[in-house]
Design a protein around this ligand. Sequence first.
Ligand SMILES: [Zn+2]
Length: 401
Amino acid sequence: MKKDYSKKITTSVLIVMILWTLVPVTAQTGELKVSLGVERINANTLQLTADSAGANNFSYRFDMRIMGTGEDYTIIRDFSSEPIFTWGGARDGELYEIVVHGVSEQGYIGCYCVFGNTDHSAINLLTGLNMEIHAEGNAVHVTAVPQGGTHVIYALQYRKVGDNNYNELNASNPYQVSPSFIKPLDNGDYEIVVHAIDMAGGLITYYGAYRPFTLPAEESPGTDPHFWESRKSTWIHPLKNGWDMRHDPTIGGRQFGAPRGNSAHAGIDFIADPGTQVIAMTDGTVINIYNFYAGTQAVEVKNTDGTVIRYGEINPQVNIGTAVKQGDLIGCIIPNNLDGLSMLHLEIYLGFDKNNQVVTGPLTQVSNSTEYWYVLMRNYLRRADLIDPTEAKDLTIKYSP
Ligand SMILES: [Zn+2]
């Protein structure tokens, strides 16, 4: 019975919102019908009134929970034929979800409402709604920005341009107290709608906001030709004689941004045979060498254009302080000692922030899951000037016999 009921709650909420019905709210299945009215008597007292039709022998139970907590409902009055219950346990200013369960010999029916326990004279009216919207990796992040409002609840809907119907963010629980929504979506064009409903004191005030949205909202500067434009003809591929072309560095988990547990792959992988020489893509100076992954090491080179390249999962053939010319040997590919794969893991950093100031600090920054200046946000755990290195696959390969 209880499981069946949760569905009815959802349906009832939708009916309340879409029809803009003021309390009392009503639910009906077949002949049976039950309604619930809520009235604020004073700050701590709500009067709940159940009404019904379709049967003569209803008894009613009242449950409540504070909205947004996700806790189980609490029974505040167990089953009784008395339809009116004066609840003295309310707290001023709280937003409640209140349910009446009605049971008769003809069957069961429930009804639900949201009630903001606020004195009418103290209500800060909802007078408008805006939204902020941006892409976060492969998700859209929508924030509702209400003007005024006392007990506002929110719902998000979205549809792909061309589709007939909107989708609920969460069909089983479409309303939430938080104004923030994150929804992973495929790339494409969408219409996004936020609904805000103020439930204060039994008044219902509604506003909706609409925005077209394209995911990704903008190309990441890392894949922007501006970074690679000037380098496509001046940098060279980091693997002498190239990589194993059966392993595309843009798919199969080798690509930039690929999932790595809870984080994202901060580089691309060029699979190659052990012993393959890794060479400098451009002129620079070796600034760091350290253990990197599963028995392999990484070499950091600060280039003369200010960029920093991390040549990872290799066996270094240089020392810290070595000046390298483009094409000079950096190291050799070796198998890692976990799965035996051998590759160059390549990461690139611009070296400058958005104000054109030089960026310093370690390339790996496990505290940085959110701030990236030049790539779409994912949980790379890297320095904020990370660049998408994918275009490096198209650089000229220096073959030698
Ligand atoms: Zn990698």
